[in-house]
Ligand binder design. Structure first.
Ligand SMILES: Nc1nc2c(c(=O)[nH]1)N[C@H]1C(S)=C(S)[C@@H](COP(=O)(O)O)O[C@H]1N2
Ligand SMILES: [Mo]
Length: 323
């Protein structure tokens, strides 16, 4: 029943022997019971092509800069408590449903005000820079946070490759929106495809990465396989998943969340404990995985703790207005 999809495996991203051993271990431990109970308990009739993706080690990864020394959130929490509305709006939906996405072959289309307006395959993208581990604090606008050991490379490398023209001031990112692979896009909870945007200088900041993995392994489907944005000083929703295009523009792009509710979700979306969401405070957060009796809320930090690195990007801006 558990079949890894061989077409998914790019030669550039795995160490074959390790991947094989990893898969065997996965097959032995997961077994059929888990799959069956996950499907039955939720009353979900899973399509025949929904298969949990085999976990595969990524090829050698260098330790990147900017790691937080906070304890990473357990893998089980990082991969089962997700927002990915293309697979349902419940936190547990993506880990149950995202197996229908076909992440190979995958190409990203680079468009707009760039010299290299081209489609680039994921394999070629991975040749632009060595993969780094970046252990980042992440915070969702809903008031929870995690610490995630991402694997990825600086977005700046892709921007250098694309060579934006003098007109380019922003980058718009667009997710896949295929109803055959993503049941949630049949439901009009957002204006599909999911889109996001960054100012070009934000996008070039060395903290901003394109992630292809976490915990030293390929990105689970529910976390945005095969390629997602990670911008640790902004609320989680800026971290757009399963990216199929990047469009360089002169005008500020309008994200799906801005379109859905511009009063609640602005373009910048910087983590800012002093600017409340219209319906709740942003002063504190609950760290996922720190369950139990002693789970106290912690104070949310300006720019999610990355103020020293990114504060300069917003010097002179009124962050209450540009939220
Ligand atoms: N395409 C797409 N990207 C998305 C979302 C989504 O619904 N669709 N949700 C966002 C939100 S609200 C958060 S908090 C993060 C969560 O990422 P994680 O589930 O991998 O932790 O993904 C973001 N990226
Ligand atoms: Mo979020």
């Amino acid at each position: 029943m558990i079949i890894s999809r061989p077409s998914d495996i790019a030669p550039s991203e795995i160490t074959p022997r390790e991947a094989y051993a990893e898969r065997r271990r996965f097959l032995q431990t997961a077994g059929l019971g888990l799959i069956a109970s996950a499907g039955l308990a939720s009353g979900l009739v899973q399509a025949a092509n929904v298969q949990p993706q085999a976990r595969r080690k990524l090829a050698p990864i260098v330790k990147g800069p900017y790691a937080t020394d906070e304890k990473p959130t357990p893998y089980a929490d990082v991969t089962t408590y997700n927002n990915f509305y293309e697979f349902g709006t419940d936190k547990s939906d993506p880990s149950r449903n995202a197996g229908t996405i076909r992440t190979r072959p995958w190409t990203v289309s680079v468009e707009g005000d760039v010299k290299r307006a081209k489609r680039i395959s994921l394999d070629d993208l991975l040749k632009l820079a060595p993969l780094e581990e970046r252990i980042y604090r992440m915070r969702c606008v809903e008031g929870w946070s995690m610490v995630i050991p991402w694997v990825g490379f600086p977005l700046a490398r892709l921007i250098e490759w694309a060579e934006p023209t003098g007109n380019a001031r922003y980058v718009e990112f667009i997710s896949l929106a295929d109803p055959d692979q993503m049941p949630g896009v049949r439901v009009p909870v957002l204006d599909w495809p999911y889109t996001e945007g960054l100012r070009l200088d934000e996008a070039r900041h060395p903290l901003a990465i394109l992630a292809v993995g976490l915990y030293g392994e390929t990105l689970p489907d529910q976390n945005g396989a095969p390629l997602r944005l990670v911008v640790p000083w902004k609320y989680g929703f800026k971290g757009i998943k399963s990216i199929v295009s990047l469009r360089f523009t002169e005008k500020m792009p309008v994200s799906s969340w801005m379109r859905a509710n511009s009063r609640e979700y602005g373009f910048y979306s910087n983590v800012n404990p002093e600017v409340d969401h219209p319906r709740w405070s942003q002063a504190t957060e609950r760290r996922i995985g720190e369950g139990g009796l002693f789970n106290r809320r912690r104070k949310t930090l300006m720019f999610n703790g990355y103020a020293d690195q990114v504060g300069q990007l917003y010097a002179g801006m009124d962050l209450r207005k540009y939220f």
